[in-house]
Design a protein around this ligand. Structure first.
Ligand code: FES
Length: 144
């Protein structure tokens, strides 16, 4: 049975024949983002294949359509659509809410600035929140 080396989780995950990378990671308990539920619509499950791209099966039609739309390079694959036939090392680039918002923006609102279309960072609370600018002070050395 092939294995996935998953970063940044630093886990080794078994993957069964016919199982997608997303399915294998979820079964292993990895919190792999998959906003569209594995329908090849959101790209939030994307992974960067670091080693073993030759062990990934070719893109299916659904993955190819989204890859063409987003101009994804060959080593960026949709985990929900990708099955493997040998060991693969990969990195999940979407690991927090900001990553997720930016990935969704690429697909759902290309050309808009983050926060313009009701994204998580444009809530009424965040618009009224003021942060004091952080000031960096030069370190002073005591000569006494
Ligand atoms: S989960 Fe949406 S494209 Fe894979």
């Amino acid at each position: 049975m092939p294995f996935l080396q998953v970063l940044p989780d630093q886990q080794t995950v078994p993957i069964a024949p016919g199982q997608s990378i997303l399915q294998a990671n979820l079964i292993a308990g990895i919190p792999h983002v998959h906003a569209c539920g594995g329908q090849a619509r959101c790209s939030t499950c994307r992974v960067v294949v670091l080693q073993g791209l030759e062990n990934c099966l070719p893109r299916n039609a659904a993955e190819q359509e989204l890859a063409d739309k987003l101009n994804l390079p060959a080593e960026v694959r949709l985990a929900c659509q990708t099955c493997v036939q040998g060991d693969v090392a990969l990195r999940r680039p979407i690991v927090d809410a900001l990553d997720l918002a930016m990935a969704r923006q690429e697909v759902e609102a290309p050309g808009q600035r983050l926060g313009e279309a009701g994204w998580p960072f444009s809530s009424p609370t965040s618009k009224t929140t003021r942060h004091s600018p952080r000031r960096c002070r030069p370190t002073t050395s005591s000569t006494s």
